[in-house]
Design a protein around this ligand. Sequence first.
Ligand SMILES: [Zn+2]
Length: 129
Amino acid sequence: MSKTLIGELRDPDTKIKRKVRIELDDFSGQIGIHVQGYGDNTSGDDFGEPIVIDLHDNKLQVFLWSDINNENPTHKIDMTGARLDKRIEKDSDGNCIYCGQKCHNGEMCDEQQAGGFNHNKAMETQDDA
Ligand SMILES: [Zn+2]
């Protein structure tokens, strides 16, 4: 059973509102976002979802169709850099808090892995969901 969340976006300056429909599709396993007045190339005006969030090869991705005349996504955003295990914990000198050195290359250093800090943090987040 797919799940749909209905709401509205509100512009705080102009007070303009647009209806929003966020759909978690059980078949595709994707999240699609429809905003009133916006669409994609191949869908009817009230059904287009120019923003899609997807998990593929264990990677969170966001697809955007910012041009309604283009069938293909105009933007594909790989969210790997936002993963919890990509967070670099630095001290006030900019050094890694686990090994005390400039080990930042987008991967956990051995000391951080041994501490398991981000792994535990990720598990807590899943339990909350
Ligand atoms: Zn380190």
